[in-house]
Design a protein around this ligand. Structure first.
Ligand code: M6R
Length: 362
């Protein structure tokens, strides 16, 4: 049921604090602040992760890669399932195949999971529908607890996937001896703050709504981010094109000079996702080049970031968050932006043209 919301997507954006909380409760003991890995995977015995997924689930996987590699020093590859399954990848025996899927039924992801199994790899599935084919067929189920997601544009399933992957990366870091128990507790405490901070970040809704008319008139919108904000930029662009039919692209901010800057002319909206972190300064200096070419910068940042925003940039101010959970906290603003632009255009938000909720044919 939609309750007081106009669309399922809007409700599901607002459901995210709860969805994140429920998902984390499957991975974190709130009393001891220890993480655990459902299904008993021993990350010390895993040499590599091969993540396969489609669309938004793939972007969650890309965020997961930053975390598994940084925290647990676990080499991680992420690939679109549709490519992985056909390119005869060279996988090594210690690889854990990880499928990520809201529905657990996406044809390409399921085929990639089956391919991993056929190679003799152990497999895990991060899945929201726990009775689905992937949940049954993977050796291990890593559940998300987002509840039913009705809107075609994935929102709470995405943040639930990122929540689960963040907890798993902490758990992997402990198992692989990369962090001690004190550091595990510190990181877990930060992670458990995510539901509250997601709730705070939804408060940007009015600021975002105010920008919607201008963006709804745009032909192209570019998104930039660095680090884990790069996959979030890709997700932001997918969300916008999916429901508002505006052409949008996400880029790593450092790639700007290598091509995308040619797209920027007077008035091109450029949305920069940049919390204050060790990459902030670099991203901002990229943005001065955008401004010099007349691009209209909208900076999604935190309070400190807003104080250091380039001249002329408009800001959307999300809560200040540790980099560990910044992808979770910065997801709602980009989802709300896509949502309000689509509403402004009068688009059918929950049933966008040409799209199905679950893609069960390749
Ligand atoms: O059910 P799945 O998570 O496997 O679905 C994967 C994609 O089809 C899905 O994320 C799609 O990209 C969404 N419509 C994005 O909002």
């Amino acid at each position: 049921e939609k309750g007081n919301y106009r669309h399922f997507m809007e409700k599901e954006i607002h459901d995210q604090p709860e969805a994140c909380q429920h998902t984390l409760s499957a991975y974190v003991d709130p009393v001891t602040d220890h993480t655990h890995t459902p299904g008993g995977v021993d990350f010390a015995k895993v040499d590599r992760l091969q993540i396969v997924a489609c669309g938004t689930a793939g972007y969650a996987g890309q965020i997961g890669r930053y975390l598994f590699e940084r925290l647990a020093k676990l080499p991680t590859d992420v690939e679109a399932a549709s490519e992985f399954r056909y390119r005869e990848p060279a996988v090594t025996p210690g690889t854990l195949g990880v499928a990520i899927s809201q529905s657990g039924e996406t044809a390409d992801t399921l085929a990639a999971l089956r391919w991993c199994k056929a190679q003799g790899l152990k497999t895990a599935a991060v899945v929201n529908v726990h009775e689905s084919t992937m949940a049954r067929e993977a050796d291990v189920l890593w559940p998300t607890h987002a509840g039913p997601e009705i809107g075609v544009a994935s929102t709470k399933a995405f943040t639930s996937q990122v929540s689960a992957l963040t907890a798993l990366a902490i758990s992997a870091a402990v198992a692989r001896g990369c962090i001690d128990a004190a550091e595990e507790r510190r990181l877990t405490k930060i992670l458990m703050e995510a539901p509250r901070l997601i709730a705070d970040s939804i408060q940007v809704e009015e600021a975002v709504r105010a920008l919607a008319p201008e963006l709804a008139a745009a032909r192209d919108v570019l998104y930039f981010g660095r680090g884990a904000m790069f996959p979030l930029a890709l997700e932001a662009a997918l969300k916008l094109k999916e429901i508002s039919y505006i052409h949008a692209e996400g880029y790593a901010a450092g790639e700007l000079k290598h091509g995308p800057i040619a797209l920027i002319d007077q008035g091109t909206p450029v949305i920069v996702i940049a919390p204050t972190d060790h990459l902030f300064e670099k991203t901002i200096s990229n943005m001065s080049e955008v401004a010099a070419r007349g691009g209209k910068i909208i900076l999604i940042t935190d309070e400190a970031g807003a104080r250091n925003a380039p001249k002329g940039a408009r800001t959307i101010v999300a809560p200040t968050a540790d980099p560990l959970i910044a992808p979770l906290v910065f997801a709602a603003p980009i989802q709300l932006l896509a949502y309000h632009v689509a509403v402004q255009k009068g688009a059918d938000v929950d049933q966008p043209r040409n799209l199905a909720k679950s893609v069960t044919v390749e």
